[in-house]
Design a binder for this molecule. Structure first.
Ligand code: F6P
Length: 320
């Protein structure tokens, strides 16, 4: 193997730059040429790429976002686009591809594998909804971003006896909301994996205020409802003042935490080493502090990573 390529695809997250840097430097150290594909799979379709040097990844480790940029690519959803992407890679002389991204990106990685491309996937998505890895890249930084926001919100909430509904990302997965509830001491977390009864929550909130509590924080995963609407419903039911805040893309940016920097370094190096040792069509994952490989087929057919049932129980036990 003489030439490999790396791309970042789907929603960006902190730690992607650190992973690109690790891939480039581990690749160069192994005597490979490393190509950076711009804007994810779109760059493969449009043949938009550059030869990377050690200098092209200097001073990026600590930066959020992705220097290669990212995109959600429609063409990669059909066979013609997938074939073109694989042909373009072969035309560039690329013998191995490293895809850094979330579920959609890993779907693309599987499609390219089926077209005969040698691919290794690095799970990266703040949602932590990718199976066969305890943590995806970017999750820890997003949780720290959320914690900073909720700590600030608590200050103002308690000054005004208000209940705040804080909406986190997570279309299908409540991991960010529930882990933030535990780490920020929120009263509730509403997540898509578990049904909730707003009437019951309101009764409980009323009881808390009667006992003299000065604020309540309710974390809402994007996939579990609209924070603004829920805030209005709660206000109508209990009469207390409510406010809603949607953290949105704020969660995805910023300098990666040390956890994410280290994970990115380990994933990046392992991706290069595994390509060189002949592994293909697999995703790297973090399991019991070690790096494991799972076939992309297994990852995709498993769907969304299930939430550890202990987490919602822990969040509600500690919120009494
Ligand atoms: O999948 C990652 C994610 O951040 C989701 O949590 C969120 O729903 C989505 O991306 C937002 O996508 P976009 O950046 O396209 O608005």
């Amino acid at each position: 193997m003489k030439r490999i390529a790396v791309l970042t695809s789907g929603g960006d997250c902190s730690g992607m730059n650190a992973a690109i840097r690790a891939v480039v430097r581990a690749g160069l150290a192994a005597g490979l040429e490393v190509i950076g594909i711009q804007k994810g799979y779109q760059g493969l379709i449009d043949r938009h790429y550059e030869l990377m040097s050690t200098k092209s990844v200097s001073n990026v480790l600590q930066r959020g976002g992705t220097i290669l940029q990212s995109a959600r690519c429609k063409e990669m959803r059909d066979m013609a686009g997938q074939r073109l992407a694989a042909e373009n890679l072969a035309g560039m002389g690329v013998e191995g591809l490293i895809v850094i991204g979330g579920d959609g990106s890993l779907n693309g990685a599987l499609a390219l594998t089926q077209q005969g491309t040698n691919v290794i996937g690095i799970p990266a998505s703040i949602d932590n909804d990718i199976p066969f890895t305890d943590m995806a890249l970017g999750v820890d930084t997003a949780l720290n971003n959320i914690a900073r926001a909720v700590d600030n919100i608590k200050d103002t909430a308690s000054s005004h006896d208000r209940a705040f509904l804080v909406e986190t990302m997570g279309r299908n997965c409540g991991y960010l909301a529930v882990v933030s509830a535990i780490s920020c001491g929120a009263e509730y977390s509403l997540i898509p994996e578990e049904p909730y009864d707003l009437e019951e929550i309101c009764q409980e909130l009323r009881r808390r205020y009667q006992q003299g509590r000065s604020n309540s924080i309710i974390m809402v995963a994007e996939g579990a409802g609209n924070a603004q609407k829920i805030a209005e419903q709660i206000k109508d039911k209990i009469g207390f003042e409510t406010r809603a805040i949607v953290l949105g893309h704020y969660q995805r940016g910023g300098s990666p935490t040390v956890f994410d920097r280290l994970l990115a370094a380990r994933f990046g190096q392992a991706a290069v080493e595994n390509l060189l040792s002949g592994e293909r069509g697999k995703m790297l994952g973090l399991k019991n502090s070690g790096i494991q490989l799972t076939t992309l087929e297994k990852v995709i057919s498993a769907g969304i990573r299930p939430i550890d049932k202990l987490l919602p129980r822990l969040a509600s036990n500690l919120a009494v």
